[in-house]
Design a binder for this molecule. Sequence first.
Ligand code: BT5
Length: 272
Amino acid sequence: MTSDPAVRPPLDKTRLAGLAPDVVPDVKILVVGEVPSTNALAIERAQAGAADGFVVVAEHQAQGRGRLDRTWETPPGSALTFSMVLRPEVPTRSWPWLPLLTGYAVDKALRAQGYDAGVKWPNDVLIGGKKVAGILVERIETSDGPAAVVGVGLNVGMREDELPVPTATSLAIVSGVEPDRNDILVAVLSALREAYDAWQAGGDATGLRLAESYTAACVTVGRDVRVDLPGGSVLTGRATGIDPGGRLVVDGPDGATYVAAGDVIHVRAADQ
Ligand code: BT5
C-alpha cells in the first residue's frame, strides 16, 4: 500500500547530513524544503565554490527541469529530487559519459533493492517499460574551473493518480510498498559515487568498460528504435550497441549511425 500523501514522512535531515564516509564517501548533503529546481540551486552553489560531492535534495521542486526545456513534475514529499556538484578531473571530451553513468548508477541501486529496473539510452531509468527516474546533467563554468551538476528525479511514493504523465511509474506503484526515501537516496548516492570514482580512476579503458556494463543494463540495445533528431530528421533502425564514447549505434538502411546523447530529442521503440 502507498501511504496517505498528507502524512508522508519528511526526509531525515540529521541522518542525511551525518552520513559516515564508509556509507557514502565524499558527499555533503543539504536538505531543503521547496525550491524551484535543485539543479538551479546546485549551479548557484557551484558558482559560489561548492566542492565536488555537494548534494542538495528538496522535499519539493516547483519548477523541476527536464532536458530541452521540458519539465519534471512531482508532488511534494513523494519523490527524490536532488542534484550533485561534480568537478571531474578527466578530460572534458569524456564528460558526455556523465548522464549515462548516472542512469547506470540509479539503475544499479534500484536493482540491488530488488526492483526490476533497466536504463533506456541515454538517461532514463524504466521499470516495466515506464519511466521511474530522469536525469539532467548541466555543464557550467565556475571560477574554480568547469563543473557538472548532475540532477536526478526519482519517483518513489507517487500513486497512479499523482503521476504527471501516463508513461511514468513509481517505486510504490511497481512494488505496492512505499519505500523510505532516505534509504533509496543513500543507496543511489553510494552507487553514483562508486561509478563516478571508478570512471575517474579508470584511464583510457574506462569508456570501453562502461560501455560494456551500460549495454548489459540497457533496455534500448537490441530493439528497433526511432530516434528524433534536431531539425526534424528521424533515424530508424535496430539499436545494436553503445560505443566507447557513450553513443548509441543504430543500424539503419544506410549502415551504422552513431548518435550522441546531446543530439537526441526522443528515442522510442519503433512500434510506439
Ligand atoms: C528528464 O528530462 O528526464 C530529466 C529530469 C531531471 C529531473 C531532476 S529532479 C532534480 C534535478 N533538478 C531539476 O530541475 N531537474 C533535475 P526529459 O528526458 O526531458 O524528460 C522530461 C519528460 O518526462 C517530460 O516532458 C514528461 O513527459 C516526463 N515527465 C515529467 N515528470 C515526470 C515524472 N515525475 N516521472 C516520469 N516522467 C516525467
